[in-house]
Design a protein around this ligand. Sequence first.
Ligand SMILES: CC(C)(COP(=O)(O)OP(=O)(O)OC[C@H]1O[C@@H](n2cnc3c(N)ncnc32)[C@H](O)[C@@H]1OP(=O)(O)O)[C@@H](O)C(=O)NCCC(=O)NCCS
Length: 146
Amino acid sequence: MGTGKGEVKIRKMTEADLQSVKGIDKELAGPYRYVSWPVRVEAHWWVHRGMPSFVAEIEGEVVGFVLGDIRGTDYATDMCAWIDMMGVSPKHQCKGIGGMLVGAFCQECQKRKVKVKVVLIEDDKRLVKFWKSIGFQKGNLVNYEK
Ligand SMILES: CC(C)(COP(=O)(O)OP(=O)(O)OC[C@H]1O[C@@H](n2cnc3c(N)ncnc32)[C@H](O)[C@@H]1OP(=O)(O)O)[C@@H](O)C(=O)NCCC(=O)NCCS
C-alpha cells in the first residue's frame, strides 16, 4: 500500500523486531510508561511466538505492530484470538496502517477458524471509532468491579 512515504509491508513479527516494538511503545507512551511494559512485550513474545503477531514496515523501518494470541476458556469464552497490544508510530498514524495490521491478524485467524477479540475502554471514542471502522462490533463480555 502507498502512504506517500513509501510502501507499507505487513509481515509476521520475528524476535529481531522486539527492540523496534518497544521503541514504538516508548514513542506512544512517553517516559511515564509503566516500567513493566517492555518486560510484558518480551514475555508475550516468548510465550506466544507461535501465535499471530505482525509488524508494519516502511522502507525497512518497523512503524507498527500487533501482538496477539489464541486461547480458550478465559471468561468461559470459546477458543478465540485476542489482540493483546498494538501501536503505530505517531508519525505514521491515520494512514491506514493500524487497519492493515488488524486485517493481517484477522486473515490469519480466519485460517485458524477463530474469532478475534479486543478489549477497550468504552469512553475512548477515537479508539472505539477505529475498531468500528474496521468492522468490529461490541461483544458480550462485561467488566464488574467493586
Ligand atoms: C489505534 C492505532 C493503532 C490506530 O492505528 P492507525 O494506523 O492510526 O489507524 P488507521 O490509520 O488504520 O485508522 C485511523 C483511525 O484510528 C482512530 N484512532 C484511534 N486512536 C488514535 C490515535 N491515538 N491517533 C490517531 N488515530 C486514532 C481514529 O478513528 C482514526 O480515524 P480518523 O483518521 O478518521 O481520526 C494507533 O492510533 C495507535 O497506535 N494508538 C495508540 C496506541 C493504542 O491505543 N493501542 C491500543 C489499541 S487497542
